[in-house]
Ligand binder design. Structure first.
Ligand code: NAD
Ligand code: UPG
Length: 463
């Protein structure tokens, strides 16, 4: 089957970058990304390509190259569905906040809406691709909706989970470790798989494209995230033991990472992992295990989340304790608000929880993040519903300049590992601070001995 038109429902952190790369690498295919959020689409179409809604290194250049040529952003969902041969579903699948499975299960209402819309509009056979991260066996539900509410046309459902990490999305999409495609074992299923393999083959080597059955593909995505997050919780658990014993977590991580069976990646101790995926996907895995009565399996994976919550709490408690057990009316600068460097995404960022704790202790927070607006900082705090918006506004200020943010503060906390933080003139920052001047490095990115030489009281993670 020759693919000439692709549509993607959902112009978010996955849909936008993924489709931009497909369009860049497949100029013969017209790629249309649609979304119900008109403001988001308008931002993707902003004349100034630097104003696209998602910050990712290298992304604006890719969009500049393909947009208007074979890459389009639109709110005309029905038209795009009608015209496409392959429809990617890349909508959000957050943790449910209501009803059965509240706080654990994935909320699939947006997925179901997409399936119903596709069924209503499609007048010829379509390949529907699950790009969103979904519970294992979701394809069954999508198929049932499509087959029972459709116009009698044939649908093939593929699972093609996305493994990009934010901050490195373009690089990850250009050079993926693997592309995973799950489909039906029938002849039609295999034909659909081949059509999608052909799209990726425009830039991905054949040995990196793995095809499986649908259920393995769906479950592999949750499993990959669970394994990655588990490594962080494992190293963070040991960071607490290091602090008690005189061992240094950076040295321990290096020593174990040199064992080729363990490997060096994802062993960076931190204030705790954030982002829209790890917590949501592990909770989802836990819920699935529980729903099959596999309580030990559920408990095993839930511990990764428990450890992460503990790590965030430990960080804010440590600040209060060190500042003589009170931070009331003390000003604390936060360097970083995003959940990791090189992204403007703040979903589930550790910074939100640490700030929430400290505002609860009546501290005043001064935030500097190179890519996050004050509006976003306030919205993140309000989302927790701990206190009124007015009280949050009184508790947090944002600054465009890091030196301004750090002026007159009692302490500085590093919440995100932005490279620029290590390059600052720390003597200048020290001179402008209250004394004693404390630094709590939640990312272990600063030069501890240099800071101590200047006069700072420095506390990292796990040393
Ligand atoms: N963010 C990541 O790094 C990442 C990586 C891999 C996988 N994922 C998964 O990909 C999926 C999308 O994540 P995201 O971060 O891009 O989410 P997002 O919230 O940034 O984007 C989702 C978009 O879908 C739109 N949408 C929702 N329902 C719609 C509908 N019925 N019709 C049209 N548009 C609709 C929303 O308006 C939103 O713009 C999730 O399942 C997530 O778990 C995310
Ligand atoms: O050694 C490490 C590595 C990461 N982190 C933190 O872990 C979180 C997640 O980081 P990362 O995994 O790099 O970013 P995400 O964009 O959340 O990507 C994860 O989640 C995506 C969504 O499912 C997957 O596609 C990716 O493969 C998976 O890495 C961030 O807060 C990081 O700061 C650490 O604390 N220590």
């Amino acid at each position: 089957m020759k693919i000439t038109k692709i549509c993607c429902i959902g112009a978010g952190y996955v849909g936008g970058p993924t489709m931009a790369i497909i369009a860049q690498k497949c100029p013969q295919i017209q790629v249309t990304v649609v979304d119900l959020n008109a403001e988001r689409i308008a931002d993707w179409n902003d004349e100034d390509v630097n104003n696209i809604p998602i910050y990712e290194p290298g992304l604006s250049q890719v969009v500049a190259e393909a947009r208007g040529r074979n890459l389009f952003f639109s709110t005309e969902v029905d038209k795009a569905i009608d015209e496409a041969q392959i429809i990617f579903i890349s909508v959000n699948t957050p943790t449910k906040t209501y009803g059965k499975g509240k706080g654990m299960a994935a909320d699939l209402k947006y997925i179901e809406l997409c399936a119903r819309q596709i069924a209503k509009i499609a007048k010829d056979n379509k390949i529907v691709v699950e790009k969103s991260t979904l519970p294992v066996r979701t394809a069954e539900a999508i198929k049932s909706i499509l087959d029972n509410t459709g116009n009698g046309v044939q649908f093939q459902i593929l699972s093609n989970p996305e493994f990009l990490a934010e901050g490195t999305a373009v690089e990850d999409l250009l050079h993926p470790d693997r592309i995973l495609i799950g489909g039906d074992e029938t002849a039609e299923g295999q034909k659909a798989i081949q059509a999608l393999v052909d799209v990726y083959s425009n830039w991905v080597a054949p040995e990196k494209i793995l095809t499986t059955n649908v259920w393995s593909s769906e479950l592999s995505k949750l499993t990959a995230n669970a394994f990655l997050a588990q490594r962080i919780s494992s190293i963070n658990a040991l960071s607490e033991l290091c602090e008690k014993t005189g061992a240094n977590i950076n040295e321990v991580a290096k020593a174990i990472g040199m064992d080729s069976r363990i490997g060096p990646k994802f062993l960076k101790a931190s204030v705790g992992f954030g982002g829209s995926c790890f917590q949501k996907d592990i909770l989802n895995l836990v819920y699935i295990a529980k729903s099959y009565g596999l309580n030990e399996v559920a408990d095993y994976w839930e511990q990764v989340i428990i450890m992460n919550d503990h790590q965030k709490k430990r960080f804010s408690n440590g600040i209060v304790q060190t500042l003589y057990n009170t931070v009331a009316d003390k000003k604390i600068a936060f360097l970083g608000w995003a959940f990791k460097k090189d992204t403007n995404d703040t979903r589930e960022s550790a910074a939100i929880y640490v700030a929430n704790d400290l505002i609860g202790e009546q501290a005043k927070i001064a935030v500097y993040d190179p890519k996050v607006s004050h509006k976003k900082v306030l919205a993140d705090l309000d989302y927790l519903e701990t206190r009124s918006s007015k009280k949050n506004e009184e508790g947090v200020q944002s600054f465009e300049n890091p030196y301004e943010a750090c002026k007159d503060v009692h302490a500085i906390a590093i919440l995100t590992e932005w490279d620029e933080f290590a390059q600052y003139d720390w003597q200048k920052i020290y001179n402008g601070m209250q004394k004693p001047a404390f630094v709590f490095d939640g990312r272990n990115i600063l030069n501890a001995s240099e800071l101590k030489k200047i006069g700072f009281i420095y506390q990292g993670i796990g040393a």
